[in-house]
Ligand binder design. Structure first.
Ligand code: SF4
Length: 490
């Protein structure tokens, strides 16, 4: 008879999402899909940092300080802390009725105990409730009289430098109590699944909700090129109709199918196997007057704000690249990247005004982001408010110009710069860069600026070079893309 295993609270939540995923996570704990990439690791690290800050909000507590796999030691230390009259226990651990759970905070109350789950988010999300419920279940089953359950999360109203209200606590006891009766059956089902063969479960909504499943590639068959699901902004219901009618690729769509203008252009391009350019492209490009600045910001969103007036997760621009080009001549390059953890915004604002101040148009791709960055800088650097707002007023967004006039089959339904550039300007790619997308840049920037001691000086120099190269490539891409679009009009 195989040893029955306890289900940890995180695996319990995985099992609620999909039993097949749970089976793989338990039977293949070393699966490559379970290795966190840089972005996921940064999210984990952020969660740990926020958890440590949350602990400081409590009176002195006893920390159950053993590695996660030292279950017996954790259980014994928890029992000892409770026996010794601790009022607050961090990482209190319980195993009962097939479940193991470590609680972020167990707090003695006037009557009974309260548990607090800390989340590095700005809101309570539905998917947090089963996580709290299974903790309540395990603690109660271990004989602890837990009467209240709370979620403690970051407070979007908190503004640096006053971090007294960094967290808010929300009572979720009633929501969680409703989930408790189902837990014994759910645990039985998960344990039975784990004792059997890999369950056959069809891919569906559970593959991305509430979290993206790391095993998606194992379950989802590779789709043929130009699958109907790549149609621009196709509604799920419409996709189901196409699939139900046996239509698998864009090539198979009937001639009279009703679609948006953009999707219809996509279909024409894919069926013809060639670039489609609409007549209005020249008029749209006329909005770009020279000298023109081609602008791109990179930003970070620290969970815990570090500069004046900033809120948790507020987007703060910390790097800029700008190519300034005349109608024909060579583009001149400007750039700025924060040096250290001092507030980078005044110097960044100066760099932007220096680069863009004398230009007639400021071109960005998906320019809403650049508009928000410019407004953010205008708010916090009052002496440059006027020129920054003037620059914002000159913004021209290249993305809708492309989306509404051009389609190349290699876009594959996307209009992001990383989809459009290789198709239209194949000589210019991101393949030679170490940092090649915005998420990676943001993660690297946060390490470089806010945790410089976590990396060595040579690593910092390398990271700076990589970040500067990435941001420069973004704005050079805008220059070249605009040139290419102009060629299409002649
Ligand atoms: S991809 Fe979907 S079906 Fe496959 S294990 Fe993940 S959630 Fe389950």
């Amino acid at each position: 008879m195989p040893r029955r295993r306890n289900i940890s609270k995180s695996r319990f939540c995985v099992g609620l999402q999909c039993l097949r995923r749970l089976w793989w996570e338990v039977h293949e704990p070393d699966a490559p899909e379970l290795n966190p990439d840089g972005r996921l690791q940064a999210i984990f690290d952020r969660g740990h940092r926020v958890g440590e800050l949350a602990r400081e909000r409590f009176a002195v507590g006893t920390l159950i300080d053993f590695e996660p796999w030292k279950v017996t030691e954790r259980l014994e230390a928890t029992a000892a802390a409770l026996r010794d009259g601790a009022n607050v226990v961090f990482e209190a651990s319980f195993a009962a009725r097939g479940v193991f759970a470590a609680l972020d905070v167990l707090e003695r109350q006037r009557r009974g105990w309260g548990l607090v789950e800390v989340k590095a988010t700005l809101d309570v999300k539905d998917q947090f409730l089963p996580d709290v419920a299974v903790q309540l279940y395990a603690a109660r089953a271990s004989g602890v009289d837990v009467r209240r359950a709370e979620l403690m999360h970051l407070n979007r109203d908190c503004a640096y430098p006053n971090l007294d209200n960094l967290f808010v606590r929300e009572d979720v006891t009633n929501d969680v109590e409703e989930l408790i009766p189902a837990i014994p059956g759910q645990v039985r089902n998960m344990r039975a699944t784990l004792d059997g063969k890999l369950p056959e479960i069809e891919p569906g909504a559970q593959c991305s909700s509430p979290y993206d499943c790391p095993f998606a590639q194992r379950c989802h068959p590779e789709l043929p090129e130009h699958h109907v699901s790549t149609l621009y902004r196709l509604h799920a219901k419409r996709l189901a109709e196409f699939i139900g009618a046996g239509i698998e690729t864009i090539h198979e769509l009937p001639e009279d199918v009703r679609l948006s203008d953009v999707a219809a252009r996509q279909v024409r391009a894919v069926k013809a196997g060639e670039l489609v350019v609409e007549n209005g492209l020249a008029d749209a490009l006329a909005a770009i007057e020279y000298p023109a600045a081609f602008l791109d910001f990179e930003s970070i969103n620290p969970a815990v704000p570090v500069w004046n007036g900033c809120h948790p997760y507020e987007t703060v621009p910390v790097q800029v690249s700008c190519h300034v080009a005349g109608a024909r001549g060579r583009a001149e390059h400007y750039e700025h990247l924060a040096e250290d953890a001092d507030d980078p915004r005044p110097l960044l604002a100066e760099a932007v005004v220096r680069a863009c101040g004398n230009t007639r148009t400021v071109v960005a791709y998906n320019a809403g982001f650049e508009a928000r960055c410019l407004e953010h800088l205008a708010e916090v650097v009052p002496k440059l408010k006027k020129p920054l707002r003037t620059i914002r007023g000159r913004l021209v967004d290249l993305l809708p110009i492309v989306r509404d006039h051009v389609y190349h089959p290699a876009f594959h339904g996307g209009f992001g710069l990383k989809a459009v550039l290789p198709a239209l300007v194949p000589a210019l790619s991101y393949d030679d860069l170490e940092i090649a997308d915005g998420d990676a840049a943001s993660t690297a920037l946060e390490a470089l600026i806010l945790a410089p001691d976590s990396i060595t000086a040579p690593e910092r120099r390398t990271l700076r070079k990589q970040l500067l190269a990435y941001c420069e490539r973004d704005t050079l891409a805008l220059v070249k893309l605009t040139e290419r679009l102009r060629q299409m009009t002649t």
